[in-house]
Design a protein around this ligand. Sequence first.
Ligand SMILES: [Zn+2]
Ligand SMILES: [Zn+2]
Length: 353
Amino acid sequence: MRAAVLHGSYDLRVQDYAVTTPGTDEVLIQVHACAICGTDPKVIGSGWHLNLDYGHFIPGHEYSGQIIAMGPGVTRFAVGDRVAVESHKGCGKCANCIRGRYTICLNYGKPETGHRHYGFTTNGGYAQYVVNHTNTVYKIPDNISYDEAALVTTGGCAMNGIENVGGFMAGETVAVFGPGPIGLMAVGLVKALGAGKVYLVGTRESRLAIGRTMGADHTFNINEIVDPVAAIRQITGGLGVDLAIEASGAARAAAECVEVVRRGGRISFIGDPIEKPTINIKRFVLDDLKAAAVRGEGGMACARVLELCAIGAVNVKPLITHHFPLEQINDAFDTFINRKGGAMKVIVEPAAE
Ligand SMILES: [Zn+2]
Ligand SMILES: [Zn+2]
């Protein structure tokens, strides 16, 4: 097969590579769409915090495709199924996996225990074919395209963040900081779950505009307004919002999320922090706040995102801006990293001729 193999920092080469044979409970997927994630440049640039096998490792973790072969023991899938994947497969045996918290498996990065993190510690989807354990595979509804299906992990991260901070009730108000793909998915998802007013804070008008199409009632560009907390407090009659979602990774936004919720409000930290925030713990105590963070798309959140997409409650299409064949993957990364042409979700298509 053809695959994009990482040979060193930003040294991604499309080359021939042997197709892996699926083992027990594994399927071989022909990859139709693999979306570039904000984590990918960190993985291909610095190795993130992983011990990558340069010269052999294939990145890419947001993909969809068609099952073309199966290993022994597979019961829930058949050859020909159109599927999406999630990237984390826990060992299934450690205390966290037994509790269902497989994205924080205690055997992370130890493949001999059964742990897999596709596109991070295990080969991923920037290839014509990839092997996935069936725990990470979801059938996609007929009305969902491969492009849309490739975005379920982005949606799954946002959904996991919304669900794991004490649930979510219809009519609640929400502020989302950071209109990147995860923040925008969070906007679409809370609206699908019946949110009241949703406020979106960011720096790029083009992305805030997408947020409005996905359901944001008010957007705030912090290049134009000095204090988004004051603005949101004013528009909510001084109360603040029920739930703040930090999806930017910026220290300032993390601190503002703590200030923008109502007394008794909740904060969900989803963004991978790019700097250490200073947050107001005193407010947590005196105003009885709750916060939670999530790693990735756990809890089978991807399945629920697919359902919401299938019934039209969430539309991920506005996020998809570019397509490239696998052979042009370095152009795809250049477009994504430098946000050329308003790039948001850039999709690599290994199945394309
Ligand atoms: Zn991702
Ligand atoms: Zn585990």
